[in-house]
Design a protein around this ligand. Sequence first.
Ligand code: ADP
Ligand code: MG
Length: 372
Amino acid sequence: MDPPPKSKPPALLPIVFPPLSNSSFPSRFTLESVPYPSHRRPVQNLVGELRIIDRIRARASPSNAVRLAIGDDCAILIPPARHELLVTTDFSLEDRHFRRAWHSPASIGHRTLARGLSDLAAMGATPLAAFLSLAMPKSIARSPRWLDGFLDGLLALAAAHNVPLAGGDTAQSPADLILADIVLLGFAPAGRALRRSTARPGDLLYTTGALGGAAAELTALSASPRRYRNATPSDNHPHLFPQPRLAVGQSLLRRRLATACIDLSDGLSTDLAHLCTASNVSAALDLAALPLHPLAAALDDRAQFTALLHGGEDYELLFTASPSTKIPRSIANVPITQIGRILAPRKNKPQMTILTGADRFELQPHGWEHFA
Ligand code: ADP
Ligand code: MG
């Protein structure tokens, strides 16, 4: 290979060391601090990365599972013996997963954590620790108001489920958008985590809680966001403050009740299709059996149907069980409803059908899908 041409690298910045306090040059020399046309002005956070991290650190609670928490290069966790670690990560992106005009900072914080906790719930895992990567535009980082509200929501849900915030990353967002990424670690007895790929023909299909509530509340929220400004997690707000079903998932695992499980994040039709595909089975739903959330009962018939079958973000658990397993009517105070059955897959037959009265229709996945 030819040696690379020897040209002098362009002089980007004079290197000033130590940095002068009143210099317009950033004190850290990273890609972020090299001036280029889209941000010529020096990076100058009024709150500042370290002050933000201090603010988060001051509020994060300790845990026996965390030997070393926020403050070093890595956290050190102590996973329980004879258990496996489960890891999940979820984006919460402004204008994709939430809107600043619709969602209070507390709701955004709550929902950010709830997404990850629900994935742990689906596999019957117990949370070990959470990690939060947060990028905020300068306009938001200028005052601690938004961050404090966000932490109120996130840490209240974390406390309710006994999950410590053990680390993360903080950056200035390159655009006027808030971006949050949550990583959750959980644990489950070795070899016992629930999966979506283990449903068997003949199993019965169940859901926790009620369906369509999050879609119904989102519809109402989009019509009058002001009405929801002071919503709190203690009221019933399936969209703004969803309750991940951790206790149910753990109980299903511990009592060996479920053959397979998935959480309802994208909508029943889409998540059931995921379960069927992963398990290589088909499924028949009974429309009359689907538990309609009271908030969705106010919608017209068509919207009700859509909210039930395709409305996402209910964060309930959809699980299967052998017909010989007695499933309680409620687990951890959450009602359980049988909504259908699992069948053997058949060539040229729909993967999912829905029974309405005497008629049977094909059900297509129409829930949430990115890049659709
Ligand atoms: P490094 O540059 O070595 O990755 P950072 O300065 O980014 O470290 O972070 C310092 C400490 O603060 C680490 O323990 C990190 O996990 C924690 N931390 C940074 N941002 C957050 C955040 N948004 N939430 C929780 N902990 C955070
Ligand atoms: Mg480091």
